[in-house]
Write a protein that binds this ligand. Sequence first.
Ligand code: I85
Length: 415
Amino acid sequence: MGLQEFIRTYKNKLHIKSSKKEEKCKDNQQKEECKPNSIKPLNTALNLPSSSISEKYRQFPFATRQNAITDEYEVSKESLGVGISGKVLTCWNRQTKRKCALKILKDSDKARREVILHKRACDGCDNIVQVLDIYENVYASNRCLLIVMECMEGGELFNRIRDRQDKPFTEREAANIITMITNAVIHLHHMDVAHRDLKPENLLFTSKSDNAVLKLTDFGFAKEGNNEQLPLNTPCYTPYYVAPEILSNNKYDKACDIWSLGVIMYILLCGYPPFFSTHGGAISAGMRTKIKAGEYQFPKAEWANVSQEAKSIIQQMLTVDPSQRVTIDWVRRQPWFHSTVPETPIDIRPFFDMENYEQMKVEIAAANHAQRRADDEESIGQIAPHKSRIAQRAAKRQRPTNVEGVQPSLSNISE
Ligand code: I85
Protein backbone atom coordinates (compact mmCIF):
# COMPACT_ATOMS: atom_id res chain seq x y z
CA MET A 1 0.00 0.00 0.00
CA GLY A 2 1.35 3.38 -0.98
CA LEU A 3 1.11 6.52 1.07
CA GLN A 4 -1.97 7.75 -0.75
CA GLU A 5 -3.80 4.54 0.05
CA PHE A 6 -2.60 4.67 3.64
CA ILE A 7 -4.01 8.14 4.00
CA ARG A 8 -7.27 7.14 2.32
CA THR A 9 -7.58 4.24 4.77
CA TYR A 10 -7.26 6.43 7.80
CA LYS A 11 -9.61 9.02 6.35
CA ASN A 12 -12.25 6.29 5.97
CA LYS A 13 -11.94 5.48 9.62
CA LEU A 14 -12.58 8.95 10.98
CA HIS A 15 -15.80 7.81 12.62
CA ILE A 16 -13.82 6.00 15.32
CA LYS A 17 -14.24 8.25 18.33
CA SER A 18 -11.55 8.80 20.94
CA SER A 19 -14.05 7.82 23.64
CA LYS A 20 -13.60 4.19 22.58
CA LYS A 21 -10.05 4.32 23.77
CA GLU A 22 -11.07 5.89 27.06
CA GLU A 23 -13.59 3.11 27.69
CA LYS A 24 -10.85 0.60 27.05
CA CYS A 25 -8.56 2.45 29.50
CA LYS A 26 -11.26 2.42 32.14
CA ASP A 27 -11.65 -1.32 31.77
CA ASN A 28 -7.93 -1.76 32.14
CA GLN A 29 -7.90 0.49 35.17
CA GLN A 30 -10.47 -1.67 36.88
CA LYS A 31 -8.59 -4.85 36.15
CA GLU A 32 -5.35 -3.44 37.56
CA GLU A 33 -5.85 -3.51 41.32
CA CYS A 34 -3.51 -2.66 44.13
CA LYS A 35 -4.28 -3.62 47.71
CA PRO A 36 -2.74 -0.73 49.65
CA ASN A 37 -3.17 -2.54 52.99
CA SER A 38 -0.66 -5.15 51.93
CA ILE A 39 2.12 -2.54 51.74
CA LYS A 40 4.44 -3.00 54.72
CA PRO A 41 7.53 -1.24 56.09
CA LEU A 42 10.93 -2.62 55.14
CA ASN A 43 11.66 -4.04 58.63
CA THR A 44 9.13 -6.79 57.95
CA ALA A 45 11.44 -7.96 55.19
CA LEU A 46 14.16 -9.35 57.41
CA ASN A 47 13.81 -12.78 55.90
CA LEU A 48 13.62 -11.48 52.34
CA PRO A 49 16.96 -11.67 50.54
CA SER A 50 18.54 -8.47 49.29
CA SER A 51 21.52 -10.37 47.97
CA SER A 52 20.36 -9.99 44.37
CA ILE A 53 21.34 -6.30 44.60
CA SER A 54 24.86 -5.73 43.37
CA GLU A 55 27.43 -3.74 45.32
CA LYS A 56 27.09 -0.78 42.95
CA TYR A 57 23.45 -0.24 43.91
CA ARG A 58 23.41 -1.42 47.57
CA GLN A 59 23.48 2.15 48.90
CA PHE A 60 21.19 4.89 47.54
CA PRO A 61 22.96 8.24 47.02
CA PHE A 62 20.06 9.94 48.86
CA ALA A 63 17.80 9.18 51.82
CA THR A 64 14.92 6.79 51.26
CA ARG A 65 11.96 6.21 53.57
CA GLN A 66 11.65 2.76 55.07
CA ASN A 67 8.40 3.20 56.99
CA ALA A 68 5.20 2.13 55.22
CA ILE A 69 4.17 4.64 52.56
CA THR A 70 0.62 4.44 53.96
CA ASP A 71 1.85 6.42 57.02
CA GLU A 72 2.12 9.52 54.84
CA TYR A 73 0.06 8.73 51.76
CA GLU A 74 -3.34 7.30 51.10
CA VAL A 75 -2.81 4.89 48.22
CA SER A 76 -5.71 4.46 45.83
CA LYS A 77 -6.64 1.47 43.70
CA GLU A 78 -6.89 3.69 40.61
CA SER A 79 -4.29 2.77 38.02
CA LEU A 80 -2.75 5.49 35.86
CA GLY A 81 -1.07 2.95 33.65
CA VAL A 82 1.48 0.21 33.54
CA GLY A 83 5.03 0.84 32.43
CA ILE A 84 7.65 -1.69 31.43
CA SER A 85 9.00 -1.82 35.00
CA GLY A 86 5.93 -1.39 37.18
CA LYS A 87 2.44 -0.06 37.68
CA VAL A 88 1.47 3.52 38.41
CA LEU A 89 -1.30 4.34 40.90
CA THR A 90 -2.70 7.55 42.35
CA CYS A 91 -2.04 8.48 45.96
CA TRP A 92 -2.74 11.47 48.22
CA ASN A 93 -0.44 13.09 50.72
CA ARG A 94 -2.42 12.80 53.96
CA GLN A 95 -1.11 16.10 55.30
CA THR A 96 -1.15 18.38 52.25
CA LYS A 97 -3.96 16.51 50.41
CA ARG A 98 -1.84 16.78 47.28
CA LYS A 99 -2.67 14.22 44.59
CA CYS A 100 0.42 12.32 43.47
CA ALA A 101 1.38 9.43 41.21
CA LEU A 102 2.97 6.33 42.70
CA LYS A 103 5.12 3.92 40.72
CA ILE A 104 5.74 0.53 42.31
CA LEU A 105 8.86 -1.36 41.23
CA LYS A 106 10.06 -4.74 42.40
CA ASP A 107 13.45 -4.06 43.96
CA SER A 108 16.39 -4.99 41.71
CA ASP A 109 19.51 -3.42 40.27
CA LYS A 110 17.46 -2.22 37.31
CA ALA A 111 14.78 -0.69 39.56
CA ARG A 112 17.43 1.06 41.63
CA ARG A 113 19.06 2.43 38.49
CA GLU A 114 15.67 3.81 37.40
CA VAL A 115 15.03 5.43 40.79
CA ILE A 116 18.53 6.92 41.05
CA LEU A 117 18.58 8.30 37.50
CA HIS A 118 15.03 9.70 37.69
CA LYS A 119 15.71 11.38 41.05
CA ARG A 120 18.95 12.92 39.76
CA ALA A 121 17.48 13.90 36.40
CA CYS A 122 14.41 15.75 37.70
CA ASP A 123 16.54 18.08 39.78
CA GLY A 124 16.69 21.48 38.04
CA CYS A 125 14.61 20.58 34.97
CA ASP A 126 11.02 21.79 34.56
CA ASN A 127 10.37 19.31 31.77
CA ILE A 128 11.04 16.14 33.74
CA VAL A 129 8.37 14.72 36.09
CA GLN A 130 9.41 15.55 39.66
CA VAL A 131 10.15 12.80 42.17
CA LEU A 132 8.77 13.77 45.59
CA ASP A 133 9.60 10.77 47.81
CA ILE A 134 11.14 7.33 47.56
CA TYR A 135 10.11 4.44 49.81
CA GLU A 136 11.64 1.03 50.32
CA ASN A 137 8.70 -1.15 51.37
CA VAL A 138 7.42 -4.68 51.14
CA TYR A 139 4.44 -5.24 48.86
CA ALA A 140 2.90 -8.65 48.21
CA SER A 141 5.93 -10.29 49.95
CA ASN A 142 8.40 -8.57 47.62
CA ARG A 143 10.90 -5.89 48.46
CA CYS A 144 9.69 -2.90 46.47
CA LEU A 145 10.75 0.60 45.60
CA LEU A 146 7.96 3.16 45.52
CA ILE A 147 8.45 6.39 43.61
CA VAL A 148 6.07 9.18 44.61
CA MET A 149 5.84 11.69 41.74
CA GLU A 150 3.95 14.87 41.05
CA CYS A 151 0.68 13.91 39.37
CA MET A 152 0.52 14.90 35.72
CA GLU A 153 -3.19 15.53 35.33
CA GLY A 154 -3.10 16.50 31.67
CA GLY A 155 -2.39 12.98 30.48
CA GLU A 156 -0.34 11.79 27.51
CA LEU A 157 0.90 14.05 24.69
CA PHE A 158 -0.92 12.51 21.74
CA ASN A 159 -4.17 12.02 23.66
CA ARG A 160 -4.27 15.72 24.41
CA ILE A 161 -3.74 16.69 20.77
CA ARG A 162 -6.29 14.12 19.65
CA ASP A 163 -8.92 15.12 22.19
CA ARG A 164 -8.96 18.83 21.45
CA GLN A 165 -11.83 20.04 19.35
CA ASP A 166 -11.92 23.77 20.05
CA LYS A 167 -9.18 25.15 17.77
CA PRO A 168 -6.76 23.85 15.13
CA PHE A 169 -3.36 22.53 16.14
CA THR A 170 -0.58 24.66 14.55
CA GLU A 171 3.10 24.45 13.64
CA ARG A 172 3.79 26.98 16.40
CA GLU A 173 2.20 24.71 18.99
CA ALA A 174 4.18 21.77 17.64
CA ALA A 175 7.34 23.90 18.05
CA ASN A 176 6.41 24.66 21.67
CA ILE A 177 5.95 20.96 22.36
CA ILE A 178 9.24 20.00 20.67
CA THR A 179 10.96 22.75 22.68
CA MET A 180 9.71 21.26 25.95
CA ILE A 181 10.83 17.74 24.99
CA THR A 182 14.16 19.13 23.79
CA ASN A 183 14.69 20.89 27.15
CA ALA A 184 14.32 17.56 28.94
CA VAL A 185 16.70 15.82 26.53
CA ILE A 186 19.31 18.61 26.76
CA HIS A 187 19.25 18.35 30.54
CA LEU A 188 19.69 14.57 30.42
CA HIS A 189 22.38 14.51 27.73
CA HIS A 190 24.34 17.20 29.56
CA MET A 191 24.23 14.94 32.63
CA ASP A 192 25.49 12.17 30.36
CA VAL A 193 22.25 10.23 30.69
CA ALA A 194 20.31 8.82 27.73
CA HIS A 195 16.58 8.20 28.27
CA ARG A 196 16.30 5.53 25.56
CA ASP A 197 12.50 5.31 25.74
CA LEU A 198 11.34 8.67 24.38
CA LYS A 199 7.81 8.04 23.20
CA PRO A 200 4.47 9.86 23.37
CA GLU A 201 3.19 7.70 26.27
CA ASN A 202 6.08 8.92 28.42
CA LEU A 203 5.39 12.60 27.72
CA LEU A 204 2.72 13.93 30.07
CA PHE A 205 1.07 17.32 30.61
CA THR A 206 0.82 18.89 34.08
CA SER A 207 -2.85 19.79 33.59
CA LYS A 208 -5.63 20.14 31.05
CA SER A 209 -5.12 23.93 30.84
CA ASP A 210 -3.74 25.76 27.76
CA ASN A 211 -0.48 26.70 29.46
CA ALA A 212 0.21 23.20 30.81
CA VAL A 213 3.83 22.05 30.85
CA LEU A 214 4.96 18.86 29.09
CA LYS A 215 7.27 16.59 31.09
CA LEU A 216 9.20 13.40 30.43
CA THR A 217 8.82 10.35 32.67
CA ASP A 218 9.77 6.65 32.95
CA PHE A 219 13.50 6.19 33.44
CA GLY A 220 13.19 2.39 33.23
CA PHE A 221 15.55 2.27 30.25
CA ALA A 222 17.67 5.29 31.10
CA LYS A 223 21.38 4.77 31.11
CA GLU A 224 24.38 6.68 32.27
CA GLY A 225 27.06 7.09 29.64
CA ASN A 226 30.77 7.61 29.87
CA ASN A 227 30.90 10.89 27.99
CA GLU A 228 33.17 9.30 25.47
CA GLN A 229 33.61 11.10 22.17
CA LEU A 230 32.79 9.31 18.97
CA PRO A 231 35.89 8.26 17.07
CA LEU A 232 36.39 10.59 14.12
CA ASN A 233 36.65 7.77 11.63
CA THR A 234 33.56 5.83 12.74
CA PRO A 235 32.55 3.58 9.87
CA CYS A 236 29.00 3.77 8.57
CA TYR A 237 26.86 1.20 10.43
CA THR A 238 23.21 0.38 10.02
CA PRO A 239 21.84 1.01 13.52
CA TYR A 240 20.00 -2.28 13.98
CA TYR A 241 22.93 -4.45 13.01
CA VAL A 242 25.73 -2.53 14.58
CA ALA A 243 28.36 -4.65 16.34
CA PRO A 244 27.68 -5.05 20.07
CA GLU A 245 31.10 -3.74 21.04
CA ILE A 246 30.23 -0.42 19.42
CA LEU A 247 26.90 -0.16 21.23
CA SER A 248 28.11 -1.42 24.59
CA ASN A 249 30.31 1.64 24.96
CA ASN A 250 27.15 3.75 25.12
CA LYS A 251 28.34 5.76 22.18
CA TYR A 252 24.98 5.70 20.46
CA ASP A 253 22.57 5.81 23.40
CA LYS A 254 22.10 9.55 23.08
CA ALA A 255 21.74 9.27 19.30
CA CYS A 256 18.80 6.93 19.93
CA ASP A 257 16.99 9.74 21.78
CA ILE A 258 17.55 12.07 18.82
CA TRP A 259 16.03 9.54 16.41
CA SER A 260 12.95 9.20 18.63
CA LEU A 261 12.68 12.98 18.88
CA GLY A 262 12.81 13.17 15.07
CA VAL A 263 9.98 10.64 14.77
CA ILE A 264 7.86 12.49 17.36
CA MET A 265 8.49 15.83 15.59
CA TYR A 266 7.52 14.34 12.22
CA ILE A 267 4.26 12.96 13.67
CA LEU A 268 3.43 16.26 15.39
CA LEU A 269 3.73 18.14 12.09
CA CYS A 270 1.58 15.87 9.93
CA GLY A 271 -0.30 13.41 12.14
CA TYR A 272 1.20 10.17 10.81
CA PRO A 273 4.57 8.42 11.26
CA PRO A 274 7.52 8.71 8.84
CA PHE A 275 7.82 4.94 8.47
CA PHE A 276 4.74 2.81 8.52
CA SER A 277 3.77 -0.77 8.03
CA THR A 278 1.95 -1.80 4.89
CA HIS A 279 -0.54 -3.57 7.16
CA GLY A 280 -1.53 -2.91 10.75
CA GLY A 281 -0.02 -4.64 13.76
CA ALA A 282 3.62 -5.37 14.43
CA ILE A 283 6.54 -4.02 12.48
CA SER A 284 6.75 -5.50 8.97
CA ALA A 285 9.72 -6.45 6.83
CA GLY A 286 8.92 -3.56 4.48
CA MET A 287 8.88 -1.07 7.31
CA ARG A 288 12.15 -2.47 8.64
CA THR A 289 13.77 -1.94 5.26
CA LYS A 290 12.45 1.62 5.10
CA ILE A 291 13.76 2.46 8.57
CA LYS A 292 17.17 1.00 7.79
CA ALA A 293 17.39 2.95 4.56
CA GLY A 294 16.03 6.10 6.17
CA GLU A 295 13.36 5.96 3.49
CA TYR A 296 10.57 8.38 4.29
CA GLN A 297 8.97 11.33 2.54
CA PHE A 298 7.34 14.64 3.19
CA PRO A 299 4.20 14.12 1.05
CA LYS A 300 3.05 17.41 -0.44
CA ALA A 301 -0.57 17.08 0.70
CA GLU A 302 0.37 17.50 4.36
CA TRP A 303 3.84 19.04 4.18
CA ALA A 304 3.55 21.78 1.55
CA ASN A 305 2.72 24.42 4.16
CA VAL A 306 5.13 23.22 6.85
CA SER A 307 8.27 25.40 7.06
CA GLN A 308 11.41 24.19 5.29
CA GLU A 309 13.32 24.72 8.54
CA ALA A 310 11.21 22.18 10.41
CA LYS A 311 11.67 19.66 7.59
CA SER A 312 15.43 20.00 7.54
CA ILE A 313 15.66 19.60 11.34
CA ILE A 314 13.69 16.33 11.00
CA GLN A 315 15.99 15.20 8.18
CA GLN A 316 19.04 15.77 10.36
CA MET A 317 17.51 13.90 13.31
CA LEU A 318 16.44 10.95 11.14
CA THR A 319 19.97 10.33 9.84
CA VAL A 320 20.35 6.55 9.69
CA ASP A 321 24.01 6.41 10.71
CA PRO A 322 24.00 7.26 14.44
CA SER A 323 27.57 8.53 14.27
CA GLN A 324 26.44 11.14 11.74
CA ARG A 325 23.22 12.04 13.53
CA VAL A 326 23.03 15.54 15.00
CA THR A 327 23.31 16.12 18.75
CA ILE A 328 20.71 17.70 21.00
CA ASP A 329 22.85 20.85 21.22
CA TRP A 330 22.72 21.17 17.42
CA VAL A 331 18.94 20.71 17.51
CA ARG A 332 18.47 23.42 20.13
CA ARG A 333 20.66 25.91 18.22
CA GLN A 334 18.35 25.85 15.20
CA PRO A 335 16.61 29.20 14.60
CA TRP A 336 13.24 27.38 14.38
CA PHE A 337 13.29 27.13 18.19
CA HIS A 338 14.08 30.80 18.64
CA SER A 339 12.04 32.50 15.95
CA THR A 340 8.32 33.08 15.63
CA VAL A 341 7.12 29.84 14.12
CA PRO A 342 4.20 30.28 11.67
CA GLU A 343 0.73 29.46 12.92
CA THR A 344 0.05 27.14 9.99
CA PRO A 345 -2.73 24.73 10.96
CA ILE A 346 -1.87 21.03 10.94
CA ASP A 347 -4.39 18.44 9.84
CA ILE A 348 -4.43 16.08 12.82
CA ARG A 349 -7.17 13.81 11.49
CA PRO A 350 -4.80 10.79 11.36
CA PHE A 351 -4.77 10.94 15.18
CA PHE A 352 -8.41 9.93 15.18
CA ASP A 353 -7.70 6.59 13.60
CA MET A 354 -7.06 4.08 16.35
CA GLU A 355 -5.12 1.66 14.17
CA ASN A 356 -2.89 4.41 12.88
CA TYR A 357 -2.48 5.78 16.39
CA GLU A 358 -1.45 2.41 17.81
CA GLN A 359 0.87 1.95 14.83
CA MET A 360 2.70 5.14 15.74
CA LYS A 361 3.29 3.82 19.24
CA VAL A 362 4.52 0.47 17.92
CA GLU A 363 6.91 2.18 15.57
CA ILE A 364 8.51 4.42 18.16
CA ALA A 365 8.75 1.59 20.71
CA ALA A 366 10.30 -0.73 18.09
CA ALA A 367 12.92 1.82 17.06
CA ASN A 368 13.86 2.47 20.70
CA HIS A 369 13.97 -1.24 21.43
CA ALA A 370 16.18 -1.99 18.45
CA GLN A 371 18.73 0.63 19.42
CA ARG A 372 18.86 -0.38 23.11
CA ARG A 373 19.05 -4.05 22.45
CA ALA A 374 22.72 -5.02 22.31
CA ASP A 375 23.54 -3.19 25.49
CA ASP A 376 20.75 -4.61 27.56
CA GLU A 377 21.28 -8.21 26.64
CA GLU A 378 24.71 -7.87 28.09
CA SER A 379 23.53 -6.44 31.40
CA ILE A 380 20.38 -8.56 31.80
CA GLY A 381 22.58 -11.62 31.61
CA GLN A 382 24.68 -10.33 34.47
CA ILE A 383 21.85 -9.60 36.94
CA ALA A 384 20.06 -12.86 37.63
CA PRO A 385 20.27 -15.16 34.65
CA HIS A 386 18.76 -18.13 36.46
CA LYS A 387 15.73 -16.21 37.71
CA SER A 388 14.60 -13.92 34.97
CA ARG A 389 12.58 -15.17 32.03
CA ILE A 390 13.80 -12.18 30.03
CA ALA A 391 17.36 -13.19 30.77
CA GLN A 392 16.69 -16.75 29.69
CA ARG A 393 15.25 -15.53 26.42
CA ALA A 394 18.14 -13.12 26.04
CA ALA A 395 20.61 -15.94 26.68
CA LYS A 396 18.89 -18.01 24.00
CA ARG A 397 19.20 -15.10 21.56
CA GLN A 398 22.83 -14.62 22.46
CA ARG A 399 23.76 -18.02 21.07
CA PRO A 400 25.72 -17.08 17.97
CA THR A 401 23.49 -16.79 14.95
CA ASN A 402 26.28 -16.18 12.47
CA VAL A 403 29.97 -15.50 12.31
CA GLU A 404 29.71 -11.74 12.65
CA GLY A 405 27.57 -12.08 15.76
CA VAL A 406 25.13 -9.47 14.48
CA GLN A 407 22.13 -8.43 16.52
CA PRO A 408 18.73 -10.04 15.99
CA SER A 409 16.56 -8.12 13.61
CA LEU A 410 13.52 -6.01 14.34
CA SER A 411 11.20 -8.92 13.56
CA ASN A 412 11.97 -10.41 16.99
CA ILE A 413 10.60 -7.42 18.80
CA SER A 414 7.64 -8.19 21.00
CA GLU A 415 7.10 -4.81 22.69
N1 I85 B 1 -0.54 10.97 35.64
N2 I85 B 1 3.68 5.30 30.01
C1 I85 B 1 2.31 4.82 29.90
C2 I85 B 1 1.37 9.48 35.31
N3 I85 B 1 1.45 11.44 36.68
N4 I85 B 1 2.83 7.35 33.97
C3 I85 B 1 3.55 5.40 32.49
N5 I85 B 1 5.80 4.65 33.28
C4 I85 B 1 5.95 5.65 34.20
C5 I85 B 1 2.13 4.87 32.39
C6 I85 B 1 1.92 4.03 31.15
C7 I85 B 1 3.92 6.12 31.19
O1 I85 B 1 7.02 5.83 34.76
C8 I85 B 1 3.68 6.42 33.60
C9 I85 B 1 4.81 6.54 34.39
C10 I85 B 1 4.61 7.58 35.28
C11 I85 B 1 3.35 8.08 34.99
C12 I85 B 1 2.71 9.23 35.60
C13 I85 B 1 3.41 10.09 36.44
C14 I85 B 1 2.75 11.18 36.97
C15 I85 B 1 0.76 10.60 35.87
C16 I85 B 1 4.51 4.26 32.76
C17 I85 B 1 -1.49 10.44 34.80
C18 I85 B 1 -2.85 11.05 34.81
C19 I85 B 1 -3.37 11.57 35.97
C20 I85 B 1 -4.63 12.16 35.98
C21 I85 B 1 -5.39 12.21 34.82
C22 I85 B 1 -4.86 11.69 33.66
C23 I85 B 1 -3.62 11.10 33.65
O2 I85 B 1 -1.24 9.51 34.08
C24 I85 B 1 -5.65 11.76 32.38
F1 I85 B 1 -5.45 12.91 31.82
F2 I85 B 1 -5.31 10.84 31.53
F3 I85 B 1 -6.93 11.64 32.66
